[in-house]
Design a protein around this ligand. Structure first.
Ligand code: XMP
Ligand code: MG
Length: 179
């Protein structure tokens, strides 16, 4: 285990097993209809790679890099798009992939923006859900695991761009980010 990880929440095996179950749910949901999978950079890349190998419908893959910001008390509802999707998404079934939903602000804004482009449908799949800090009710169609309100790393999730490569999900030691 990495020296900065306090404890493991889900092992590589548990994550792999759950992704397989989610893929089955998603395959049943789309029933062979073509899907454009949009992976939200960078955190969901590891999840996306594991998931799409198990999908059995025609799949195209694209990426978006965005962050939301609110100014303290006022939720501005602004989205900064650092990298937009490249595929034409009008009339497409969109499956949006996120690593973790925390306050829900980012996903809320991304969904709103994509809907404005005339997509046929939008569904969301998130590997981890942290319901404790939710500010915006967001559409969550497929959820891997609910997790407690702790800072987690691994399986694509970073602290200061590190630890994305850990194959498990772990709680980061407080000493790493405090002081
Ligand atoms: P929202 O808008 O839902 O943003 O608050 C979700 C984004 O916040 C980051 N995040 C985390 N990243 N460990 C991480 O590595 C965590 O425990 C964590 N909680 C939130 C992440 O970038 C996610 O996309
Ligand atoms: Mg991050």
């Amino acid at each position: 285990m990495n020296e900065n990880v306090e404890r493991i929440l889900f092992t590589e095996e548990q994550l792999k097993y759950r992704v397989r179950e989610m893929a089955e749910e998603i395959n049943n949901y789309y029933n062979g209809e073509a899907v454009t999978v949009i992976s939200v950079l960078k955190g969901s890349v590891v999840f996306a790679v594991d998931l799409i190998k198990q999908l059995n419908m025609p799949v195209s893959l694209d990426f978006i890099c965005a962050s939301s910001y609110g100014s303290g008390t006022i939720s501005s509802g602004k989205l900064i798009i650092k990298k937009d999707v490249e595929l034409e998404i009008e009339g497409q079934n969109i499956l949006l992939l996120e690593d973790i939903i925390d306050t829900g602000e980012t996903l809320h804004e991304i969904i709103k923006m994509l809907k404005g482009r005339g997509t046929k449908s939008i569904a969301t799949a998130m590997m981890f859900n942290k319901p404790a800090r939710r500010k915006k009710a967001v559409q969550a169609d497929f959820i891997g695991f609910d997790i407690p309100d702790e800072f987690v790393v691994g399986y694509g999730l970073d602290y200061d761009e590190q630890y994305r490569n850990l194959p498990y999900l772990g709680v980061l030691k407080r000493s790493v980010y405090e002081e």
